[in-house]
Structure formats: C-alpha cells, structure tokens
Write a protein that binds this ligand. Sequence first.
Ligand SMILES: N[C@@H](CCC(=O)N[C@@H](CS)C(=O)NCC(=O)O)C(=O)O
Length: 384
Amino acid sequence: MTPFTLYAMPHSLYSGKARSYLIKQRIDFQEVTAGHPDYEKEVMPKIGRWIIPVLKTPDGELIQDGTDIIDWFENAGKARISAYPKTGRQLITSLIFELFGGEGLLRPAMHYRWNFDETNKEFIEDQFGLFRLPNLSKEERQEIVVKSTSRMRGAAVMFGVTAETIPDIETAYESFLKQLNVHFTLHPYLLGGIPTIGDYGLIAALFAHLGRDPYPATLMKQIAPAVFRWTERMNSYTADMSEFVDMPEALLPEDDIPPTLIALFRTVAEDYLPEIRAFTNFTNDWLAAQPELQSGDIVGGDPKARAIGSCQFDWRGHQLTVGVLPYRLFLLQRIQDAFDGVDGAQKASVQQLLTEAGLEDILTLRTHRKVLRKNNREVWGEKI
Ligand SMILES: N[C@@H](CCC(=O)N[C@@H](CS)C(=O)NCC(=O)O)C(=O)O
C-alpha cells in the first residue's frame, strides 16, 4: 500500500507535532521536504499557501495543520494509542499543554533560535537552505536563505521578543525547563507511559527549535536532561522509556494528575493566562466592530494572514505587544469544548484542579464567535 506522505522539515516547529504523532502511531509514512518540486506543483495550489506540515493520505487527500492531521487518524480509527485521554482531568490537562506547547512557548522558541548567532547562525542557515533548496549547492542557495531567515528573525518581535524582555524570557524559560525536567524524571510522558495530545503540542517548540538548534539544545541537555530524553522518546518508534523499569504503556490510573503537572499549570497561569485574556478580549472587541462578518468567512480575510491585529498585556513587569493569532483561539476552544463535553462529576473535579493552579479562567475566556477549521484554513463560526 502507498504510504502516507508528510511534507515537513526537520527544523520546522509545527512539523514536529505531526511527525511525532505518526511515529508514535507507527504509521507507515515518508517525510518529504517542502523543497521537493511536488510540494510546489501539487500541494501549494490546493492548500493555497506555503505552509507545513501537510499530510497526503494514500488516497491523495491533503491535510494541513498538526491538530487536523492528528484528528484525521483519530477519526478514521487509525490511532494505535489515542492522543485523547477519556477522563476529564487528563483530557483537559493534555489539551492545555497542546495550546501552551504549540503557542505559549513561541517567545522562547523564537528567542533561542534567532538571538544566538554566534552558536546558531551557521547551522540554521544550513538547515533552511538544505531543506528548501536541496538540489542547489550551499553557495547557490545562500541569497534565498538569508531572505527567508531575515523574515523569520523579524517575526520574533511579533511574539514579544525585544531587548527589554529578553532577560525575563530566559529566566521564565529556564524555570519552566527545570520544572518540566522534574516531571520527566518521574514520568516518561506527561500523563504516564503513553504520549497524549499535550506531548504532541509540547514537542512542537521543544524539538525543532529548543531541542535541536545548537544553543538551546545544549542548554536543555545541561539543565533539563530528562526533557532532552523525552524529545528523543517522542521521536522514537518504540516507547523508549527503558530508564523507567517495568513502566506500563498506559496512562496514569484513576484520572490522576501528578503534582509536577500542577506546578507547571501554575507557570502557565502566571506566564500565559494574561496573554490568553488579552487576545480573547481583543478578539471580542474586533468581532464587535465587524457586523458584516459571516460564518464561514476566512479568518483575517486571507489564508496567508495569521494575525487580526495586536494586543497588549503585562508580563513580568513589561508591557508586551503581540500579534493576535486566531489559531490560538481554535486551540483554546478545544479545551473549552472538551470541558463542556465531560459529565457533571468530572466537571467539578476539573474545575477544582484548575482552581488549585490559578488556571480556572482558561475555561471561561471565550470569544463571541468560534474559530473553526475548514478546507485547511481557519474560518469564523456562528455568532454565540
Ligand atoms: N497551525 C499550523 C501552523 C503551521 C506553521 O505555521 N508552519 C510554519 C513552519 S513551522 C510555516 O509553514 N510557516 C510558513 C511561513 O510562515 O511562511 C499547524 O499547526 O500546522
């Protein structure tokens, strides 16, 4: 049978989420770089923009977006180990880490990639060139590489990376990494002996940028070796947890959430909830000012536009200005939809868990329209 094809790149943050999932499900797939001529010829015209990851199924269907790729396998009954826990606390916890890993860690991911030129630049330029233009020599591709790396370098500011915020970005990231290290010293994955959607979210930022670029990879090995081991594990076809002797390939029993994750939740509450609040408020004001908007309209009016504006919020004593990316609302709403779907007794237990960590507002910060995904792009849902 024709295998699946994943159009992706090793140094691409969002590729890591889809790739890890395919590996962990033991899906027969080949990874093809978006620098392959087929991508431009077959994929881009259908997807409508240059973006990875894109999955091509054996039937030729194309799916863009890490979450949609994962859900395609889940909905088709092809998941060997489902990414979604069945019990309330574990499901909501895992979805929160999906949002935080893919979006909440963008500040350190951008900083540690683009602000350590002495250690990173040569490697990053090599990777950008090699996978974008694999048939050209290093010299031939250099000019194009610098154009695309300069664009991404500039994009870091949109995530709040500035000269003033850098010291605090580093302090916050190192403290997060040390907390996560304590967790992965005790547990191979977030919720026990199998990965879930939260692991797939976290691997996005923690692999391609923070676990693979020279400077942050060394930092991770030095201060968080168990996190580094987890990045290896997330890219292994086996459970790869031999240091956890006799660990069953299963979730923790009884919907348990270990204290190490509650500690991490407190960090998410302090470091990321203010941003969630700011982009939710901004979006509601923005929606109120767009009475002509219809459900099904492409978010931002153009599939290439990622942000609908920028919002401000206080973060560790700084006033940050960041882009408002509706994709983040899509991931936030997944948490809220999952919460709405859990039964009564479990709801109370989830609420109690989040309140303990100061994260209860993540359930109530809602926008007046949902962000949905249709035809590989984000669209607005009905007015709520
Ligand atoms: N929501 C998408 C985001 C994908 C994404 O932003 N991918 C980056 C590479 S890591 C990309 O293709 N960027 C293209 C560009 O910015 O031009 C997903 O999770 O798959």
